[in-house]
Design a protein around this ligand. Structure first.
Ligand code: HAM
Length: 431
């Protein structure tokens, strides 16, 4: 026997019935974005490697250690997308979307790839829902983006998370701050690897979780205390707009993101029920990214929400997400009535009733067991004698009640019985 194959390490799969909850998570996060005028962009799964090196930053772990890079048959270096922002910017520039009405507001969803060490909530193929708004530095837009994520999470019923917020300054104030931080770090007792990290990007040292490093960092200078007047004003206006929206946040001046393009407003959604991988989503402004990629000097802001982790967070909070039922009707064909029963199933499906049936001439006992297991609301049994009488037996699988219904009325009968929407909206399903 040939060896069994398995999915590559670190690649999660979502199978029925759980996959329905997973899809509902994605749809719930998407709704506030489409309600705010974001249009869908379908991005390539792989891009020129140079896009990520230039866009995300060579010194980041994502680019230096985690990319899936390969040469195609023409010898070009391509990379499976590790994130979505750089690809959106490339596409906006390439197709001139930034020449029309601004801001350009887009959303995307799908798989991203990072060669990280797999553990619960940390995968090599991860899924994100993301939005990007390009071409306006209005602080109201920053608050809009954060509020969209917050509303999406809340529509799932999530409560055990917080929105951490800070400002990372701009090209005016960050270089001076960076120097100040570098001076501070030079005076500390750090190992060689940490010193090297400080040389590449001193801000990243602030993210060190080891107690011996944390203790020394207690008095480190923080960006929010060294913002230029414009950045300080922008940050204050973002907070005021969030307050006006009623969107809760906590300021975390220690917040450091793993990608290099961030400027000014930066945020992360942290869930305490997720263990070590507590970052459920994150994002911020990236005011220099577009020009870095050869486009105009336009500012932008967006987020990426981890779908895998949001799904885990819903499980951690015990939330019932998604449809409670995925099938309405189960047809049980008996004996020579089978072809007519199969045609009836087709008729019901065309009438938008979710219908499955028993195959292979199964006996009534086995087929009724399958009907019960299917999760359908009704079974429709059609045997030879029923067919002769022009009827079918319609049985409620919830109450066990059964009635004889004329064959040409089965569809209308079931539709009226199932009139209350079989799958309530996501909000309606939250318990
Ligand atoms: P990021 O923080 O690298 O940001 O990723 C966003 C989210 O994706 C994380 O908060 C996490 O939930 C999820 N995620 C990341 N890596 C993994 C992994 N290995 N396994 C499971 N989930 C993961 C970005 O990607 C930016 N492009 C977000 C953004 C958009 N910023 C501005 N616009």
């Amino acid at each position: 026997m040939p060896d069994k194959l398995s999915a590559p390490k670190g690649v999660p799969e979502y199978l029925p019935p759980e996959s329905a909850a997973w899809q509902a998570v994605r749809e719930a996060l998407q709704r506030p974005a489409t309600n705010a005028g974001y249009g869908y962009i379908e991005l390539p799964i792989f891009e020129d490697t140079a896009l990520y090196v230039r866009g995300v930053g060579e010194s980041t772990d994502v680019v230096s250690k985690e990319m899936y890079t390969f040469a195609d048959r023409g010898g070009r270096s391509l990379t499976l997308r590790p994130e979505g922002t750089a690809g959106v910017m490339r596409s906006v520039i390439e197709h001139g979307l930034d020449r029309g009405q601004l801001p350009v507001k887009l959303w995307y969803a799908g798989q991203f790839f990072r060669a990280e060490r797999p553990q619960k909530g940390r995968y090599r193929q991860l899924q994100q829902f993301g939005i990007e708004a390009i071409g306006s530095d209005d602080p109201v837009l920053d608050a809009e983006v954060i509020t969209i994520a917050d509303d999406g999470y809340r529509s799932l019923g999530l409560t055990g998370f917080r929105t951490e917020l800070t400002s990372l300054g701009c090209g005016e104030c960050r270089p001076a701050y960076r120097e100040r931080l570098t001076d501070f770090l030079t005076g500390l007792d750090l190992d060689e690897a940490t010193r090297e990290r400080a040389r590449l990007n001193p801000l990243r040292v602030l993210d060190d979780k080891r107690p011996e490093v944390r203790d020394q960092l207690a008095d480190a200078p923080l960006m929010v205390h060294h913002l230029c007047a414009e950045c300080a004003e922008h940050y204050a206006a973002v907070k005021a707009a969030l307050d006006a929206n009623g969107t809760a946040y906590v300021e975390n001046p220690w917040l450091v993101r793993g990608l290099d393009y961030y400027t000014r407003t930066t945020f992360e959604f942290v869930h305490d029920g997720l263990g070590a991988q507590s970052g459920m989503g994150g994002g911020g402004r990236y005011d220099g990214l577009m020009s870095e990629l050869g486009g105009q000097e336009l500012s932008g802001i967006g987020f990426g929400l981890g779908l895998d982790r949001t799904h885990l967070a819903c499980q951690a909070e015990g939330l019932q997400v998604g449809p409670t039922r995925t099938l309405d009707v189960y047809v049980v064909p008996l004996g020579s009535a089978a072809p007519r029963a199969a045609a009836l199933a087709t008729e019901l499906r065309r009438a938008d009733l979710r219908t499955d049936l028993s195959y292979g001439g199964r006996g009534v006992k086995g087929a009724m067991k399958a009907a019960d297991r299917s999760g359908a609301a009704y079974a429709v049994v059609l045997g030879e004698r029923d067919l002769e009488a022009g009827v079918a037996q319609v049985k409620s699988l919830e109450t066990g009640e059964q009635e004889s219904v004329a064959l040409d009325e089965v569809r209308a009968h079931l539709r009226s019985r199932l009139a209350a929407p079989p799958t309530a909206t996501i909000e309606g399903n939250i318990t």
